[in-house]
Design a protein around this ligand. Sequence first.
Ligand code: SF4
Ligand code: SF4
Length: 446
Amino acid sequence: MDAAAPRVPQVHLIETIHGGSLFVADGSRLFGAGADLYARLEAAVIAGEQEITALLEKVGLGGSPLIDDAPLALPAIHALSLAIAQKCNLGCTYCYAQQGEFGGAGKNMPLEEATRAVELLVNGAEEGARLNLAFLGGEPLVNRSVLQAATRYAAQLAERRGNPITFSITTNGTLLAPADAEFFEAHGFAVTISLDGPREAHNLLRPFKSGKPSFDAILERVRPLLAMQRRMQVSARVTVTPANLELRRTLDEFIDLGFHSVGFSPMLSSPGGNGEMQTKDLETMLGEMIGCGREFERRTLQGERYPFANMVNAMREIGRGTHRPYPCGAGAGYLGVSADGELSACHRFVGDPAGAMGTLNHGVDRKRQAEWLTERHVHRQEPCRSCWARYLCGGGCHHEVIHRGRPACDYIRGWLHYCLEAWLRLPRPVIDGLSRDAKVHSSMPA
Ligand code: SF4
Ligand code: SF4
């Protein structure tokens, strides 16, 4: 974490076995620096912002910033997540959806609302735009018939309008049936199974409401999907709490089971504070993540596929020079829809006035959306304005920041610093050859 600490907002310096490198925040650009230039950069960083600005100008890296203070122009919606069932059969200890019900009474989304949501997504799309329809909950398979009808309708409507559309679902896996596997395969779903680690850790964190363990029951239902995946991709998503920090073991076990990819996200904000990661836990997690990353580097160099989603995503984003003023598309091109048709900035803001964005009845609240995009711009966030990682990170998950603040910045920067080092270490053909098909919903640092 020390090597990743913020010193000046404009740049970050990285040393690997190949020598010194300069990361320029503006444009997320990486440059090799000879020993002499690296020494001058070090001195300028120590001297402060004015000196580093002057040196960047001198070496041709100055000029007007690529990202200014202007909020994103209101985009067309290209992704919607439907809280198709706001009820759940698990009793996860930290659930952001409060056991699937988001603090209210359990309910299913009626077909009529799902149909209107599909029409909002597809009928408002720009010509040829790629669309995504996601199903979340609660546990979405509680409302299987509406999920299937909405998928079929969206596929037909999108085809008629010439928009490519993809589908995704995040499920706890306990209700999966063989027919679901066929349905997801037929529609090329990205299926994410929420699994919190090896059996004992998972059972502690994600028991059935009755208190019974769920791990074996889930695996029994997930195995047929793992065997069937061709068009469908079945990934595991691990929510990391202080009780399941054995990430390397989890990653290897899940890869061996045949998951298409495995990703980790720290639990930073839960309704009652249960399972939230504290500074010490995040330090441990960073060590584990880097352990997984090093194994990724080793296996990838040997030509093996090692689908550690966080790392694959990071390599692709660094390679593309991703720079953005937001952490994700929430409240922009991506919205959540509650079971009774309320629109929100994303799936985590269902029922939360902080992220309200209109209703299916009255349409997207464009005024609120414009305010959101202005307020949430990374240049308006503290201490993000002075953080070298701001255009890779985007300021942190809005939901977590609004409800808990920014307790994970050292973790985020530590992880990004390691990923930049790894990107510099790995040969270009290896980076270029990395799977281009990882479908993982996460903000960059997660
Ligand atoms: S949230 Fe991200 S951009 Fe903001 S200070 Fe933390 S690491 Fe930096
Ligand atoms: S990163 Fe946070 S705000 Fe963005 S879509 Fe995910 S949960 Fe929502």
